[in-house]
Design a protein around this ligand. Structure first.
Ligand code: ZN
Length: 185
């Protein structure tokens, strides 16, 4: 296992299209090693998710983990460690859910983004089996943020009001209304 270097905004790999992985590739030892490295990297930097392009691999793979206890989230905002291959999002409810997002590839900043509040995610698991899940609220935000990375999209692209893009210190001083999770992914 190894902690991988995280690509920062401006690196072309974050803007490249990604390709799907075949069932054989998903089950291959080198992919399993990449997944282990991504999980270790996510844990090292305290992220709630990490997409493969962030570690310079342009493939449709992401890992997510939202720990309710350690991060002081409401009990229903929890996502056990999950690895998703070839994931695609379907919006189930367009009602906007707004959140101050952060990203390991855009260190030191927070930005307010509104996204659809309820989604379905179709994906393949680590054995290549087709699966689906539904997510809402903060967890839906985490999925959409991660899966945007697979399409070369960063959260800063979706900050509609530039006055709500801030350094963490200024965010905490001027924009944080109440204690809330402060994840980077
Ligand atoms: Zn990110």
């Amino acid at each position: 296992m190894a902690i991988r270097k995280v690509a920062r905004m401006g690196h072309p790999v974050l803007r490249q299209p990604t390709r799907e992985l075949s069932r054989e590739e998903i089950r291959a030892p080198e992919t399993r090693a990449l997944v282990r490295d991504m999980i270790e990297t996510m844990h090292e930097y305290g992220g709630v998710g990490l997409a493969a392009p962030q570690v310079h691999e342009p493939v449709r793979l992401a890992v997510l983990e939202v720990d309710a206890e350690s991060a002081r989230y409401p009990a229903d905002d929890e996502q056990p460690l999950l690895v998703v291959f070839n994931a695609h999002v379907t919006v189930l409810d367009e009602t906007p859910f707004g959140f101050w997002e952060g990203c390991l590839s855009v260190p030191g900043l927070r930005g307010y983004v509104e996204r659809p509040s309820r989604i379905r995610v179709d994906y393949q698991d680590h054995e290549g089996e087709q699966r689906a899940l539904e997510a809402q609220g903060f967890i839906a935000t985490v999925f959409q943020h991660e899966l945007d990375h697979l399409d070369g999209v960063l959260y800063v692209d979706k900050v509609k009001d530039p006055s709500r893009l801030a350094f963490i210190e200024e965010y905490q001083r001027y924009h944080m209304e109440a204690p809330q999770p402060d994840p980077e992914d």
